[in-house]
Ligand binder design. Structure first.
Ligand code: FAD
Length: 416
């Protein structure tokens, strides 16, 4: 029965992978859906100063930057397109069975290892060296439509983003309002009935039958804290990484797709993969790594990403400021991974390696399933749901987008 005031059935806050999938599926199921998104349409670019100014980069510990995307499509517009398998058991132990949703997402969206002709020379060189050391270096699944790639090159439209889901949601009747920053949840008689938000300097409220927070691992807990749910944001993980680099005199970087292959050491809590960071980040990393002499060696620099499974620590406050420390166990995992990466680069022919500062890229575990959120993803009051990286219940240490897409589908199926 439509709301006589014309309010939507569902308000979704955030248009990243989880929010976009939930919006698309709910709209297709007949719900009237409005998505409120903080980012605006235009691409703001990836210059470091701009990222800091827009809080798409923020320091979460001395010298440690956390990166996120406050844009239409969320992290899907800047991510590396790697689709790692979902930890089904971790969710099943809390009553969430994602198997069918994961299978449906895998059937629908591109996710396959790169064809051989799309692998760059630098990534092959790293793979050969890793294999020579006996490491089980394997191709990683990529969310890239390889039917659009030819002659060793993938055009921009081959790289999957959540924009396709948002277009399908719009075709099914959903509305996307951009430039709207949600601040808190409106509660009446113990139920969520809407959100308070601002658009530029104008403050406004939006009402709906149900509210879904999908604003990402740092923004969702901030909204909840500002709504009186103080346990949100009590601790987070962020899957920090370092990039280990070395110049290979006889190598040349060419159209390399990041994270084309790698190796996960689950018990030791780290993964390694090839990576290509943008040139501005490379220069910042070379300076921070004490190698100004390497500033002009971008095209000959081999890079390996070391990403660890960090412990849940620190806090996120009601303004979205995140702060934490990395303990001895985190540092030991990172050291082990970095040593492995240095060994691979040495086997590839490098004589001197250097490493970037720590960078965090997957904040999550801030509104944990089984603690603040139940198996229907309901959060602490009726008609309020959370569906994004916040609900991941344990440190996991691997890229989560495929899992978050399955979670968006799961929520829509259960709400629809
Ligand atoms: C450099 C980099 C590379 C990565 N590579 C990979 C990869 O290869 N594979 C992978 O799986 N993952 C990768 N990730 C991580 C991945 O991008 C994120 O984990 C994923 O996007 C999280 O999805 P989400 O749905 O939880 O939220 P997000 O993608 O964070 O989306 C949240 C949305 O909410 C909006 N929002 C935030 N606050 C508000 C507010 N107050 N009001 C309204 N809207 C708001 C944001 O603008 C954003 O659009 C990478 C991340 C980075 C930084």
């Amino acid at each position: 029965m439509p709301d006589p005031a014309g309010n939507p059935d569902v308000l979704i806050v955030g248009s990243g992978p989880a929010g976009a999938m939930a919006a698309r599926d709910l709209a297709r199921a007949g719900a009237r859906v409005t998505v409120l998104e903080r980012g605006a349409g235009a691409d703001p670019g990836n210059g470091l100063i701009g990222l800091l100014r827009r809080r798409e980069a923020m320091y979460i510990a001395p010298g440690v930057l956390l990166l996120r995307s406050l844009r239409v499509g969320g992290g899907s517009v800047t991510f590396f397109h790697t689709a790692m398998p979902t930890p089904l058991d971790m969710f099943a132990r809390r009553g969430v069975d994602l198997a069918a949703d994961l299978a449906a997402v895998r059937d629908e969206l591109p996710n396959a290892p790169l064809r051989d002709d799309l692998r760059g020379p630098m990534t092959r060189r790293i793979e050969d060296a890793a294999r020579a050391l006996g490491l089980p270096w394997q191709p990683l699944s990529k969310m890239i439509d390889q039917t659009r790639c030819a002659h060793g090159h993938c055009p921009p439209q081959a790289f999957w983003t959540a924009q396709g889901l948002l277009d399908q949601a719009a075709a099914a009747g959903a509305r996307l309002l951009t430039g709207v920053q949600v601040d808190s949840v409106l509660r009446e008689n113990g139920r969520a009935v809407g959100v308070r938000a601002h658009h530029g300097s104008a403050e406004t409220t939006y009402r709906a039958g149900r509210i879904v927070l999908a604003a990402g691992g740092t923004a969702t807990p901030a909204i909840l804290r500002a709504s009186g749910i103080d346990a949100a944001g009590d601790g987070f993980f962020c899957d920090p990484l370092r990039v280990v680099m070395a110049t290979l005199p006889d190598a040349e970087r060419r159209d390399e797709i990041s994270m084309s292959a790698g190796f996960v050491d689950g018990p030791a809590g780290y993964m390694l993969s090839d990576i290509t960071v943008p040139e501005n980040f490379f220069r910042a990393f070379a300076l921070a790594g004490g190698r100004p002499d390497r500033l002009w060696s971008y095209s000959r620099t081999a890079m390996i990403m070391v990403k660890i499974r960090d412990d849940i620590a620190g806090a996120i406050d009601g303004t979205g400021r995140a702060w934490r420390h990395f303990g001895a166990a985190d540092k030991a995992r990172m050291r082990t991974g970095v040593d492995r990466a240095r060994a691979v680069l040495a086997a590839a022919g490098a004589s001197r390696t250097y490493a970037s500062p720590w960078v965090a890229a997957h904040p999550g575990g801030t509104v944990r399933l089984g603690e603040l959120v139940d198996a229907s993803l309901r959060c602490q009051m009726d008609d309020l749901y959370v569906c994004d990286a916040s609900v991941i219940p344990e440190p996991w240490g691997l890229p989560p987008t495929l899992t978050l897409l399955a979670l968006g589908r799961y929520l829509a199926r259960n709400l629809g």
